[in-house]
Write a new protein. Structure first.
Length: 114
């Protein structure tokens, strides 16, 4: 089930990825995303909630970065740069969820719907 959710989020983020600078913008934004997801938990794990109860968890920051920066950003040539800029701005004010799980509330600007 977790793999299905991770695959879905990867597909959503990958469809948002676009120009020559997009991989650098992606790396910066996805690092910001992982930092925020880790800051929302009380241990070394990282978690984010996207949509209604769609929880994605990582054991630590390196696992989060490995997923988002390592797997998503190499594909960062399919979306406009504005996606990363808009997501980054939204992450600046993103909040944390504490019930039922500690997690970052994924901003809508960081989710792409086809």
């Amino acid at each position: 089930m977790k793999t299905l959710f991770l695959g879905l989020l990867l597909a959503l983020v990958m469809t948002a990825c676009g120009s020559d600078n997009s991989e650098d913008l992606c790396q910066a934004t996805m690092t910001q995303l992982c930092d925020a997801a880790c800051d929302c938990t009380s241990d070394e794990s990282c978690a984010l909630t996207a949509g209604q109860g769609f929880l994605i968890e990582f054991d630590n920051r390196d696992d989060c970065l490995g997923w988002y920066v390592g797997l998503v950003c190499p594909q960062a040539d399919q979306a406009p740069e504005e996606f990363f800029e808009t997501c980054s701005l939204a992450l600046d004010s993103a909040g944390c969820e504490t019930d039922p799980d500690e997690s970052l509330l994924m901003p809508e600007a960081c989710i792409v719907d086809d």
